[in-house]
Design a protein around this ligand. Structure first.
Ligand code: ADP
Ligand code: MG
Length: 244
């Protein structure tokens, strides 16, 4: 029977190579898989297996690394049906800045901006999404509420974000990504840099967000991936070994 679930991501013959000539290193080898709407998707594999590289090919962040080459095809549904973000023939992909806004990403180590808590969200809202000034305050509040941070920081919105705890910083990064209303959210080992308690908080939060946002989560821990994701791809030395 044909699979009738709606496709969110289609990856075909994807290869990603760093460097060239004798120094060339193929970090992703002939990857093929499909991610459907309505399921959190997990990506696991040992360190160096190509998880981050594979994730970065979904928002074309690999292109920011000189000498990194991508071949194959990546298609995403960013709100108007499946469209090529990489390797499509005939169709001109959206501008990169639009792809990066619609495919949000949260990194292993919280990368808060060196500005206040509120401005961490307000700045990208203004600069990246072009949100009108009248909406910003409300959208900052909503994003902080979404990640359970509002009550903790409501009276400290002017505090430099670096003063927050690691777990709070990571939730702020999540809030910043969510504020831009992404079509897909990529999470690259979002709990790896946190203590057990903060990691559990983030996991719980991701389970809550899963109903509202399509999540693609890279995890160093198969146990965590099972807790978070309905379907999991196992990577080993750049190859997709199994789809569970
Ligand atoms: P993982 O996230 O599973 O640990 P990565 O995708 O980060 O794996 O890395 C896969 C392989 O690609 C590793 O061998 C790594 O050293 C190499 N690699 C990753 N990023 C770069 C880069 N910017 N330049 C060169 N090699 C890289
Ligand atoms: Mg990684």
């Amino acid at each position: 029977m044909a699979d009738e679930r709606e496709v969110l991501v289609e990856v075909k013959n994807l290869e990603v190579t760093y460097g060239s000539g004798r120094k060339a290193y193929k970090a992703v080898k002939n990857a093929n898989f499909t991610i459907y709407k309505g399921e959190t998707f997990g990506l696991v594999g040992e360190s160096g297996s190509g998880k981050t590289t594979l994730l970065r090919s979904l928002n074309r962040l690999n292109e920011t690394f000189p000498g990194c080459r991508t071949t194959g095809r990546v298609e995403l549904d960013l709100g108007r049906g499946l469209e090529p973000v990489y390797g499509g023939s005939g169709v001109r992909p959206r501008p990169l800045n639009e792809i990066r806004r619609l495919v949000g990403m949260v990194f292993q180590t919280p990368d808060v901006l060196p500005v206040s808590v509120a401005r961490n969200i307000a700045l990208p809202l203004k600069v990246v999404a072009g949100a009108p000034a009248t909406e910003i305050e409300e959208r900052v509040r909503r994003a902080l509420t979404d990640v359970g941070l509002w009550e903790e920081v409501a009276d400290r919105l002017d505090l430099p974000a670096e003063r927050l705890s690691g777990g709070q910083q990571q939730r702020l990064c999540l809030a910043r990504a969510l504020a831009l209303e992404p079509a897909v959210l990529l999470l690259d080992e979002p709990t790896a840099s946190l203590d057990v308690r903060a990691a559990a908080d983030i996991e719980e939060l991701l389970l809550r967000l899963a109903g509202r946002y399509p999540l693609i989560v890279v995890s160093h821990s198969p146990e965590q991936a099972v807790r978070l994701a309905a379907r999991i791809v196992v990577l080993s030395r750049g190859r997709v070994r199994r789809v569970l």
